[in-house]
Design a protein around this ligand. Structure first.
Ligand code: PBG
Length: 430
């Protein structure tokens, strides 16, 4: 950096005394020695304090041609040498206007001047411990690529999944959430496969817990992967999604997942009263220590498209607008949050993530509970697509989007980038 020599010259005494080094740069000197007293002057006066590194000597000896050791010896013997000339100012491009410096007492750029200061004043941080890795699983041995989500696969639950979990753990991601692709033949209108103790999800939980007892397993509680209608709840003849009857099924599903060893059950269905009912059902079965992460503010979003392709779980008719929230609504998130808190949720989740930062901030400010953000499939796919087309720098946009979710107030982030981002963070630290 061009200003380094002057910067260092003044830093050697000022940095420990609390004077901003840069206030010395390029100013005319009226004092020949800087005393401790002058470094303690009030901020308002300090602006007018004029010192120039080149004129701080008394003119007895020439520094030119002296080594640092000779210079030190001369000073020690009282024969203070003349200070060296100020290096020329870095040249501005031809045509740069010559102006009087603005009289500013605050220049926020000072705190951004170098990587060291930027790191010192960074307000938000992010680590692999903040990530929960959503993984798609299916029966069989193969890993099947998901067209709309480059880099994501439906993983074979006994092979590909285990390898992926292994990789994630190696970079510090020790939390996952499972999403099953259920064979069509096992789906029905009441989603009963959801609470089959030998279904894909419970079997997978047992396998993973056996191999990695400290892995934290989140599960999705909702009927859509198991429903022949592709809805999160039971659909009545007239198209109405039945609330209380669905909650009954969800309780059975959550208990079945807890029995298999799930650490955190996560109702994503948006039925009313499901958190309280699931809490009671878990407790009644002795699962007091199983947590509930509630999808508190889950919006009826088009950003879920790629996910529904991944699980082939598109609603067979209609949409999810009678249970998922209207993207235009903000206050309504508070109604959901209050209910979930009162019913005993341990974590409140906002979904999608990036377009809903205001909702994350709202819940962060209004609730003492941990907040989760779900960077959903459509958000992932957009960043991937932009990267593949070389329209954006995929890695940088990925890290920025995750940092922004943290800044908005998310403690944890469910993200398909968990492995990639954690790998990136680990590389940075090494
Ligand atoms: C289903 C569920 C969905 C997602 C998570 N759980 C889809 C939906 O509500 O239709 C979406 C996740 C994503 O898009 O990444 N209960």
């Amino acid at each position: 950096m061009a200003t380094t020599p002057i910067f260092n010259a003044s830093c050697s005494f000022s940095s420990t005394r609390g004077i901003d080094c840069k206030s010395f740069i390029g100013l005319r000197s009226t004092v020949s020695k800087v005393s401790v007293a002058s470094s303690r002057v009030a901020t308002s006066q300090r602006r007018n304090l004029v010192i120039r590194a080149s004129e701080s000597g008394n003119g007895h000896a020439k520094k030119l041609g002296m080594s640092d050791a000779e210079c030190e010896a001369a000073v020690a013997s009282g024969n203070v040498p003349e200070a060296p000339p100020v290096p020329p100012k870095p040249a501005a491009p031809a045509g740069t206007p010559i102006v009087q410096p603005l009289n500013l007492n605050r220049r926020p750029r000072r705190n951004r001047a170098s990587p060291v200061t930027r790191a010192a004043f960074q307000e938000t941080d992010i680590s692999p411990a903040n990530f929960v890795y959503p993984l798609f699983i299916h029966e069989g041995e193969e890993d099947t690529p998901i067209g709309a989500m480059p880099g994501c696969y439906r993983l074979g639950w006994r092979h590909g999944l285990v390898e992926e979990v292994e990789k994630a753990r190696a970079v510090g991601v020790n939390s996952i959430v499972l999403f099953p692709k259920v064979p069509e033949a096992l789906k029905n209108p009441t989603g009963d496969e959801a609470y089959n103790d030998n279904g894909l999800v419970p079997r997978t939980i047992r396998l993973l817990k056996d191999k990695y007892p400290d892995l934290v397993i989140y599960t999705d509680v909702a009927l859509d992967p198991y429903s022949s209608d592709g809805h999160d709840g039971i659909v009545r003849e007239d198209g109405v999604i039945m609330n209380d009857e669905t909650v009954h099924q969800l309780c059975k599903q959550a208990v079945s997942q807890a029995r298999a060893g799930a650490d955190v059950v996560s109702p994503s269905d948006m039925m009313d009263g499901r958190v309280g009912a699931i809490r009671a059902a878990l407790d009644a079965e002795g699962f007091q220590n199983v947590s509930i992460m509630s999808y508190t503010a889950k919006y009826a979003s088009s950003f879920y498209g790629p996910f529904r392709e991944a699980l082939d779980s598109n609603p067979r008719f209609g949409d999810k607008k009678t249970y998922q929230m209207n993207p235009a609504n903000y206050r309504e998130a508070l109604i959901e949050a209050r209910e979930d808190e009162a019913e005993g949720a341990d974590i409140l989740l906002v979904k999608p993530g990036l377009p809903y930062l205001d909702i994350i901030r709202l819940l962060r400010d209004k609730s003492p509970l941990p907040i989760a953000a779900y960077q959903v499939s459509g958000e992932y796919s957009m960043i991937k697509a932009g990267g593949v087309l070389k329209m954006i720098d995929e890695e940088k946009v990925m890290m920025e989007s995750l940092m922004c979710l943290r800044r908005a107030g998310a403690d944890i982030i469910l993200t398909y980038f968990a492995l990639q981002a954690a790998t990136c963070l680990c590389g940075e630290k090494r």
